[in-house]
Design a protein around this ligand. Sequence first.
Ligand code: UDX
Length: 433
Amino acid sequence: MRIVMIGSGYVGLVSGACFADFGHDVVCVDKDAGKIASLRAGRMPIYEPGLEQLVAGNVAAGRLSFTTDLTTAVAGADAIFIGVGTPSRRGDGHADLSYVYAATREIAGAVTGPTVVVTKSTVPVGTGDEVERILREARPEMDIAVVSNPEFLREGAAIGDFKRPDRVVIGTDDERARGVMREVYRPLYINDNPILFTSRRTSELTKYAANAFLATKITFINEIADLCEAVGADVQDVSRGIGLDNRIGRKFLHAGPGYGGSCFPKDTLALLKTAEDFESPVHIVEAVVKVNEARKRAMGRKVLAALGGEARGKTVALLGLTFKPNTDDMRDAPSVAIATALADAGVTVRAHDPEGTEQAKALMPDLIYCADPYDAATGADAVVIVTEWDAFRAIDLKRLKAAMAGDVLVDLRNIYRREAAEAVGFTYAGIGR
Ligand code: UDX
């Protein structure tokens, strides 16, 4: 199959590289000439474990290439994936589809034969209809089917998620397009991964429903964690106790400082907008969005409370700034709300992150950035674990404590046992226990 991936951001690049690894001939397109030049030189624009090697291997094998020239790439392609960004529109929370439609118009001008256009970007229900309308209007003579094929990748585990997916959802009623998509995903059929064919609108909504459900699960356990603190119970045991029920499932029941990232905040908001447009409210998701926003701010207050008394003039070390480990992504990271609350209270914030320092600096230029956890803890009254990077699980707590001026350890990810922290003299505060 000849596949074109338009947009070489997170989703586009990972998907493109994985399709090439499936044996297809893939061209990744991006408007950003700098990005294409660095990809050609083997430099990745994002941090994702295994991606650099995957790209290098497939480029060397002649299956993967990068270009800014959409017109040449699209000519003769069997499938053209749109993997451009769909950020939240400023002001109203709707998904901004301008990049999707711009790409569609360029495709319309460039196709030379029958093809399949696939939206890989997360797009609201009905976007496929509009993409189809644009293509039909521009090229009424051409057989172009429009398919929805959402991505369920987790950052940090994206390649594994792509190659061993829980499921692939493909939305189209077009028989020829189904055949093309079966070819595109053939290696997954061999391994017996569930591939679900649905209508296009169903597929579009499935993506939002999945992310909203996961965001709900996290938010649910976060509120239960607060209740655990109030009644003197342990949320980790509650989580295990409910998660072992197969109907509930153990994953995504880890209480923390609130979800962030490039997907959950944006997709829950966009789902609310769709619900509003169609006058079919999703009250649960509304509550989830509100509770999660409030939670990020509440975490700042939790740290201030742990400092006890007057916080002004004190120093706090934040460990982990990205919204989750194994990424350099700072989008909607709880660390930002926490650092802001601390700075507003007159606290000096020292910070360390294994991969996200550059991105964090752009958002929070006033923090003091440190090379490692011990450096960050130097002279601090409290250390706060904000993101559960593996490196933090292996911290020498004695050494950490020795570097500090105070003794407070706020563990927003519950990566330490209270007894272990108290044994070296910490005053420990976790989440929901
Ligand atoms: C998510 C979805 O998992 C993925 O399927 C979708 O395609 C994109 O959005 P991602 O944003 O990369 O992926 O990260 P994920 O691992 O799902 O974590 C999202 C957020 O939830 C993080 O802030 C994480 O810290 C938080 N989280 C997750 C919890 O607080 N507790 C949990 O139990 C799980």
